[in-house]
Ligand binder design. Structure first.
Ligand SMILES: [Fe+2]
Length: 271
């Protein structure tokens, strides 16, 4: 198995129909180009820009996604609860209080004798709900997963980059990779931490960029101008694909390569 790698693609927050359509159009090509073995996508906003639905989940799975992770918006669509309770390929952050619907981690079989990959979904607490500690919850999850999976991939759904970086250092050498979601803005800090954990603070957004993080700009601006609620509507224009790809050593489970994808690039002119 020397030199063999498992190549995992993690797709940043898929936003509504525009994001779903782009994943449907592009994922098969990306999988071929980047020789991807396993695909994870954050889908907490795949249902009209807020929450998830059985239809959106199926669209992602049919497009070639293997597991769909979530975040604070996972519970925003009440019609999704039955699917969330039972579907093995949808995750929500593990560190919500005991009794919350859904599962926070899963074990998924890999081809060619590679065993299993564990996917763990966690959520931050800085500027977010005061749920259970993501650091201690990660310790607990890794204890459960001991001897179950050579590869452990973490989606850390969090607002603050400092909290994400801290969890990256905390888990360095104990998980294969940790990639953040939730801000919808891709960070250019992808790297391999010293003990072999692939890290990127945020994978970004797969959705419409003529918007304020996926929502039509007018209501987002009005919220800020007037400090009152204005109904968010999912935007539709200028759709981009955001993801992070990691190559994981098949023997150690550690990251040996990491790459960010943002497609198509923005128009930037000449400098
Ligand atoms: Fe979120």
């Amino acid at each position: 198995m020397a030199g063999k790698t498992l190549r995992v693609m993690f797709i940043g927050d898929v936003i509504g129909t525009p994001g779903l359509k782009l994943v449907g159009m592009m994922l098969k090509g990306f999988k071929k180009t980047h020789r991807i073995d396993f695909v994870i996508a954050n889908g907490e906003n795949a249902h009209n820009g807020k929450g998830l639905s059985a239809e959106a989940l199926n669209q992602l799975l049919e497009a070639g996604v293997d597991v769909v992770t979530g975040g604070n918006h996972t519970w925003s669509n009440f019609n999704f609860f039955d699917t969330l309770k039972t579907h093995p390929k949808v995750l929500r952050p593990l560190n919500y209080p005991k009794g919350t619907y859904g599962r926070g981690y899963g074990l998924y079989p890999l081809p060619e004798g590679l065993g299993n990959i564990a996917v763990v979904n966690l959520q931050g607490r800085t500027f977010m709900y005061s749920i259970d500690c993501p650091f201690r919850t990660a310790d607990w999850a890794l204890k459960q997963l001991k001897d179950e999976a050579r590869f452990v991939f973490v989606d850390f759904h969090a607002e603050a980059t400092a909290e994400k970086i801290a969890l990256g250092w905390y888990l360095d050498g104990r998980v294969s990779a940790l990639v953040g979601t939730h801000t919808h803005v891709q960070t250019a800090d992808e790297r391999i931490l010293p003990k072999g954990t692939g890290y990127c603070s945020d994978a970004g957004m797969t959705g419409p960029f003529q918007s304020v993080i996926g929502m039509q700009s007018k209501s987002a601006i009005d919220r800020m101008l007037y400090q009152t609620p204005h109904k968010y509507e999912c935007a539709s224009e200028d759709v981009h694909f955001s993801a992070v790809v990691v190559a994981l050593d098949a023997e150690t489970g550690k990251t040996v390569g990491i790459r960010r994808i943002f497609y198509p690039e923005f128009e930037k002119g000449e400098v």
